[in-house]
Every structure is written in structure tokens, then in C-alpha cells.
Design a protein around this ligand. Structure first.
Ligand SMILES: [Zn+2]
Length: 263
């Protein structure tokens, strides 16, 4: 065992010490640093090298790489499963809902002078989508076979999800947008999206818009009618479409504020 000799009192100190146990002088620890690398004798080094190159060890290393590859594969599989899983909020098909002729409602709202806003629930819109899918089946993609589309409305945000079948699997992809209608132009800015349960960054989802091309084509008439309206507003589970006020039909007068007595 190496002892650290104190430069002041010559006491032999234990190698752990920084200051001399007797006089408190700082010990020169550089001696330790010089000794340490010699700790391994050439024979030990040889043994270590042999172990590194030993076939058993090589096998272990290969196994390590195999396991790494396997866990990478598992991670990819986990992503894939996330993408295949249906979103948690797929609406149940409500058959007891009466079909709203949304297209006709929109058309009459844009042509007539009655300025009553149109209000639809998610379920009503989804029910309408079922009908669109039935009637416009030819326009919808056969490659990634269109199964259904549904909406989720939240404050200012509209999310559209499309279910497609791919090799017998159902794949859902959705896009969330902030929709605005200004001066007859309908604009949508993407705020999010997902494939299955896997969230996709809005920037990537923007280019994912091609996944919706067939749906937009099927809804072209509705889209045109909506852009002729005055405003579109999304609220939780509800969408409100306000026709352009023609000036002919003034909206209901606001309820008067109760006058403060004595004022
Ligand atoms: Zn000392």
C-alpha cells in the first residue's frame, strides 16, 4: 500500500488523505497518479485482450446487437400499433337520429332572406357524412378504401377523422383545424392531427392533407355552400353557420338592459 509522506513532518499518511493527519500540510498526491496506471501488470492486460477477442465474448456482443435490433423493431412495432389502434373517441353510429339535409339547408340559407342560423350537432353532421359516403361512393378512394368520416367539434376547432381499410385493417387518420370564413373564403389552419392514436405534428399533417382529398371532393358542394354563408363557428359538439345578413331581415333586437331606477 502506498503511503503519502508529508513534506513538512514526514508522517506517512494513508492514500485517502489530502492533508497531513499530524500537521495539516497539504500532501502531494501526484505520486498516487503515477502509481495507479501501473496497477495492471502486462499479464493482466494480456488476459483482458484475450477475453475481448474470445469467441464466447464475441458471441455475447453479437447477441447484444441482435437484442438492440430486436428492441428497435419492438419500438417500431409499438409505433405501428399506436397507428393501427382506433382513436378513443370514435362515435357510435346513432341510427335513431333523423337525417338532416344539411346541403339543402345550406342552399336555402344562402338563397333565401331568412337569416336564421343553422346549428348542427356532431351526431347530425356524422349522420350526414354517412349519407354522403353512400351517395358519393364513386368519388371516394378505392386504393385506401374509404370506410367512414366523422367530426369532433370543440371551441374554435373542428377535427375530421377518416377511417380507411388497408389490407383488412382499419386505419384512422384525423386532422384538427381552426376554420375561418371571411368574405366568402373558407380557410383552415391545421393545428394537429393523428394516425390512429399516434399524434402527428401539425407541420407534417399539413402535407397529410392529400389523405383527405377524396373526402373534400365528395363534400365539394357543401364546401361551396358554406363559403357563401356569413360565418362558421365551432363550439364543443356544435357547429353554427350564420347566413350572410342581407339587410332585409334584421336579427332580433337585443334584450334591453334593465334601466337603473333614478338614473
Ligand atoms: Zn505533516
Amino acid at each position: 500500500m502506498i503511503k503519502l509522506v508529508c513534506p513538512e513532518c514526514q508522517r506517512q499518511n494513508e492514500p485517502e488523505r489530502i492533508y497531513c493527519h499530524d500537521c495539516g500540510a497539504r500532501l502531494d498526491r501526484s505520486a498516487l497518479a503515477k502509481v495507479a496506471p501501473k496497477g495492471e501488470d502486462p499479464k493482466q492486460t494480456q488476459r483482458r485482450l484475450r477475453q475481448m477477442l474470445d469467441p464466447g465474448r464475441v458471441k455475447m456482443r453479437l447477441l447484444f446487437f441482435k437484442i438492440s435490433k430486436l428492441s428497435l423493431g419492438a419500438a417500431a412495432l409499438a409505433v405501428l400499433i399506436e397507428m393501427i389502434l382506433p382513436p378513443r373517441d370514435v362515435p357510435e353510429r346513432s341510427k335513431n337520429i333523423e337525417l338532416q339535409q344539411i346541403n339543402l339547408d345550406l342552399e336555402s340559407a344562402t338563397t333565401s332572406h331568412s337569416a336564421a342560423p343553422l346549428q348542427y350537432s356532431e351526431a347530425q353532421v356524422n349522420n350526414y357524412f354517412v349519407n354522403v359516403a353512400k351517395n358519393k361512393h364513386a368519388a371516394l378512394s378505392k386504393v385506401l378504401e374509404f370506410e367512414k368520416a366523422f367530426v369532433n367539434f370543440d371551441e374554435e376547432v373542428c377535427r375530421i377523422t377518416v377511417e380507411r381499410s388497408l389490407f383488412g385493417f382499419s386505419v384512422f387518420h384525423s386532422i384538427s383545424s381552426k376554420v375561418a370564413l371571411r368574405d366568402g373564403t373558407l380557410t383552415a389552419s391545421t393545428v394537429g392531427g393523428s394516425i390512429g392514436r399516434m399524434p402527428i405534428h401539425p407541420m407534417i399533417m399539413k402535407s397529410g392533407d392529400i389523405l383527405f382529398t377524396d373526402l373534400w371532393a365528395a363534400l365539394d358542394r357543401e364546401k361551396k355552400s358554406v363559403s357563401k354563408m356569413g360565418a362558421i363557428e365551432f363550439h364543443p359538439k356544435t357547429v353554427i353557420l350564420t347566413p350572410k345578413s342581407t339587410g332585409a331581415a334584421p336579427s332580433e333586437p337585443r334584450p334591453e338592459a334593465t334601466p337603473t331606477p333614478g338614473a
